[in-house]
Design a protein around this ligand. Structure first.
Ligand SMILES: [Fe+2]
Length: 232
């Protein structure tokens, strides 16, 4: 197997779901990719789904009720199978039809929405699973190409001004408002697009984590196009 992920030292490549869930993060590897070339017509599935909110949760039942061509039906079966694999594994996957996520534009020096490079955090041991079936795909960066925003002096100063408290509570304040989860790419950072069809496992910040959490962001959506993605 050779592809654009093969020579990336942040990525572990696997070829089955079983390997995806059993392969551990190690060293700089904090993203594992079940590499797939999907067949079927995902565009048809997206066209026949109804957007109810900007992020619409799609149930298996809704998918099953769609009248699809043979190609559309092949795509649907892939999605249903992924949902089942993850549920059987004990995860709680969501399937989202997505126009856009909410933007955080409160401050000009930091944003805490998912379009900003960030890591996920969980109070318990868990990984993020992610597959974009249709539309623009998420991006990741190696940890040596980012700087935590709260450690950038100018940003830290502005957050301190915002905080208006005393020193001991400042770190808690940064955590409470998720400022500490966000990262600034370094000037020559080279983001990697996760592509469509692959099922990814990304390292999350949690108490038992042994590697650095995977820095990622949601892409700007393509004009007039909804994304279809699985996430948990
Ligand atoms: Fe995230």
């Amino acid at each position: 197997m050779h592809n654009k992920f093969t020579d990336n030292n942040q990525i572990g490549l696997v070829s089955t779901f079983e390997e995806l869930v059993t392969t551990k993060f190690v060293g700089a590897i904090n993203a594992i990719c079940w590499h797939r070339t999907l067949v079927g017509d995902f565009q048809e599935v997206v066209a026949k789904l109804q957007l109810k909110e900007n992020v619409t949760d799609i149930s298996a039942k809704t998918l099953l009720a769609l009248h699809l061509s043979q190609e559309g039906s092949i795509a649907r079966n892939i999605v249903l199978n992924d949902l089942k694999l993850l549920e059987d594994f004990g995860a709680s996957p969501s399937l989202n039809l997505l126009k856009s996520y909410e933007r955080d534009e409160e401050f000009d020096f930091i944003s805490t929405d998912v379009y900003s490079y960030h890591v996920d955090r969980s109070p318990i041991a868990a990984d993020t699973f992610l597959c974009t079936y249709y539309g623009a795909a998420s991006e990741i960066l190696p940890n040596n190409q980012v700087e935590q925003k709260v450690l950038i002096p100018e940003v830290r100063q502005k957050l301190w001004d915002l905080y208006k408290g005393s020193e001991p509570g400042f770190e808690d304040f940064l955590k409470e408002y998720f400022f500490d989860l966000h990262y600034q790419p370094t000037p020559h950072a080279n983001p990697l697009n996760l592509g469509v069809g692959h099922l990814w496992k990304l390292a999350v910040d949690h108490p038992e984590q042994s590697v650095l959490p995977c820095v990622h962001r949601a892409p700007k959506e393509n004009d007039g196009e909804y994304r279809l993605l699985l996430i948990c």
